[in-house]
Structure formats: structure tokens, C-alpha cells
Design a protein around this ligand. Sequence first.
Ligand SMILES: [Zn+2]
Length: 502
Amino acid sequence: MTKIKYLTTLCLLLTLAAAAQSVTFTVSMENPAAHYFRVVMQCRGLTGKTQDLKMPVWTPGYYQRLDFAHHVDSFSVTDGKARPLAWEKNGDNTWRVHSNGAAALTISYIIKTKRPFVATPYLDETRGYISPAGVFLHPADKLQQPVQVVVKPFAAWKNVATGLDTVAGKPYTYTAPNYDVLYDSPLLIGNLEELPAFTVSGIPHRFIAYNPGDFDKAKFMNDLKKIVEAGSAIIGHIPYRQYVFIAIGPGAGGIEHANSTTISFNGSGLSSPKERLRLLNFIAHEYFHHYNVKRIRPIELGPFDYDHGSKTKMLWVSEGLTVYYEYLILRRAGISTEEDLFSNIRSNTMAFETKTGKLYQTLAEASYETWRDGPFGRTGDSVVKTISYYDKGPVVGMLFDFAIRHATKNQRSLDDVMRQLYREFYQQKQRGFTEQELRTVIENTAGTKLDELFDYIYTTKEINYQKYLGYAGLTMDADFKITRMQNPDALQASILESWLGE
Ligand SMILES: [Zn+2]
């Protein structure tokens, strides 16, 4: 055997060994009233004396430690011949298995669940919710391997809702090309109701719910279609093959994913016009996140650090601008009015301007410290010293939008920034952007420096609302109420008109 031939053979063997590595999970729920999932994880193609298995400490989209490992119980491991193997906890979220060269392992454990919430797994007599980062272990440093999941629903249940790909001919069987996709793909299990699906650009969009309540479902799906059309028109490209809205039942909050979102949902509120707008704003927000944060993203937010969390100073973009765009999407979809849009911006402005936190914490710091302070700022201090990027973020986003429109004689807007970030970083470079790269894209789009606006991100400088609102022919009174100016010039009028989507 020549050296080259030997190396080729060695490479081939190594490739085969890597390809033979696989993980299959079987998740069952025989006794839903006991509130735990039973998980069996089968690993094949292993080498080495020990294997470290890990559970993420958080789930992307919810920037708080949830320490999922604390809910793992009844852990046991056997080798390929069903012989028990020794193991030990080797860190807060790590199990070290003494596999002694065994190529196959079967790991069994249960996941105890407590309360229904979008970021955590839950099981009771009515449905099961698999928030995947809280259910599936991964072999340390092997997040790139493909994973198969077999769900065994409780005997009385028929449906599973998920964005994961199915396996033809195998019921309740799903695949993910790697753990990042798996951890981004929740599953809802029960007797679920699917509302009539719609397509946008030929791509199916489904809405599957646990106990959605009684409401005009055709009207609701029509609203949802308009939201998807208006949201996807901002970027001009739809990157997924299917999208699933997964409604997990009453509660608060949602989490975005690349081709799905899980939302707390109670349809009976839709009969009130105010509640309908709130709910559609919320859904538009989660939907637009499949662009802004899942694909248009800060460099720190992927690949994720599942052991420690991923800190970024740019959640004012990922969250703040998503709030701003939820307002614009509803307006452009013809669902909300000009007054609704003004009043949404006003409530964010008030929430930010009427608290002392604005004097202490910058928008960049609020983003970075969210792991310590919580998503809406810290509570319990005698003086409020924190702010929320959900409040200041959309307001500053609007000011950037007006500044770009003004500087380019209304030829460009914040939409061009989002499209450029999508093209350059998601499609071409396939990575996130740095703070400097974001600034370059924004200032290149505007064709000018925007130092004052970046001061609103990195300092606590007082915001000059009148200057930027004036670019769009708007003004703000002492009570933060936004109204149109009396006699706007031609540029102001055209900026306002295109901003309002008219
Ligand atoms: Zn969000």
C-alpha cells in the first residue's frame, strides 16, 4: 500500500466512522398527569473511554439561564449489550459516562416539568410541549451530527406540531441535520386543532393550536396571511420551505424559530378590537424574527454557547427593531391605522422616558446585561437604573428610519438596511454582523454619518424627538403624543406617506 493510498483509506475510514455516528431520541409520555417525559437516547458510532453528555443551560430567544439540567432525573446508561455503565455528574450540565470503548450507548432519563411556558418543556393531561433545549442531551462538541426524534404520544393523542422534517413512512418520526436545528424546533403534542393553511409565494404556512378557543378562524387566518405577505415583502425573499405557528395555549410570551414560532394563544380575546391588535402585533413580531435574529443576526447569536449563554450588545436590533417592524407590518398589511401606529410608538416612548433608568443605562448595556437584569430591566432597586430594549429600541429604530429617509430624499429607508444585512451577512457570508459592520451598513445606506443616533445607543444622551419626527412631518407634544404637522413640505409629506405604507 502506498502512503497516499494508505492515507486515502484512512480518510475514508474516518469519514465512515464519522458518518456512522448518530443519535436517535425516543420521547414518551405514558402518564401525562405525572408531568414528566421519558427520554431514551441511543448513540452509535462512538469511540473513546468516556463520553460527556450535555444539556443546554438556556434556549436561544429567551436570554435567561433556565438550567434545564436541574430537571433531569432517573438518569441511567447501558452499552450495546444492555450492560449498565458507570457515570457521574461532571459539571452543572454535564454527565460523564464511562463507556470503556463501547460504540453504542443507550441513555435513559426523565424530564420533570412544572408550568406551561414557551421556553420550558411541559406535560399534563391535556398536551405535551417539548421545548427541545430542555429535553435533548447532546454529546459534548458534537453538535454537528444529525439527530432523529421519535415521539410516542400519549395513547389518547393524535397530533404533533413542529417545524422539523418528517420521515416518510414513519409516523411521529422527525429529523434534524444537526443539534442547532433540533434545539430550534419545538414540538407540541396532543389533540390539536389545525386552522385552514395558506400559501405565500407558493410556500405553506400552517397554524396548529392546543385549545385555541372560539373565534372567526377564517378572518384570523386572513389577517395572518396579510402579516406574512407584508413581513416577507420587507426582505423580498422567503428562506424556509414551510412555516408553522404553534399555539401552545393561554399564557404570555412567544419564542421565534427559523421556520416556526411557539406562541401563547387564546383566540377568544380576538373579539375585542384592542386585544385583536395586541395579538396580531405579537404574532407579527414573532414572525418577523425569522428574519431579524434568526437570520439577520448579531455575530454573537450563532453558533450559540449552550453552556454559558450568548451575550450581545445588539438586542436593540434583534428585539427593538422587531417591535418597530411589528407596528409597520400591521400598518402595511392594512390591519392597523395611522393612529394605532402613533399610539404604539407613544407607549414605548413613555415607558422609556418616564423612568429614571434612562439616565443610568444605555441601550447597548441593557442588551448586554439582560442576562442579569431580565428582558424588561431590573426590578427591586430603590431607584430604577435599567431600561428595556423593547421600549427604547423601537423608538430609536424609528428615528434611524426617518434619518435615512431624510438623508436620501426618501430614496432609502431602514428596510434597505435590513435587506442589505440579510444579503451580505446571512446569504453571502453566512454569519452574523459585528457592531461596526452594522454601523457601516446603516451609514452607507444613509450616505452620511449618523453619530447622534449612535449616541442614543451607546450613551444616555437625551433624545431630540422633534428633529427626527420633523423629517417625516410629525411632531410630539409634552405628553409624547405624535401628530402630523400643519404644513409639511414636499419631502416631509412623501416620507410620511411611504412610511405609512400609503
Ligand atoms: Zn422578540
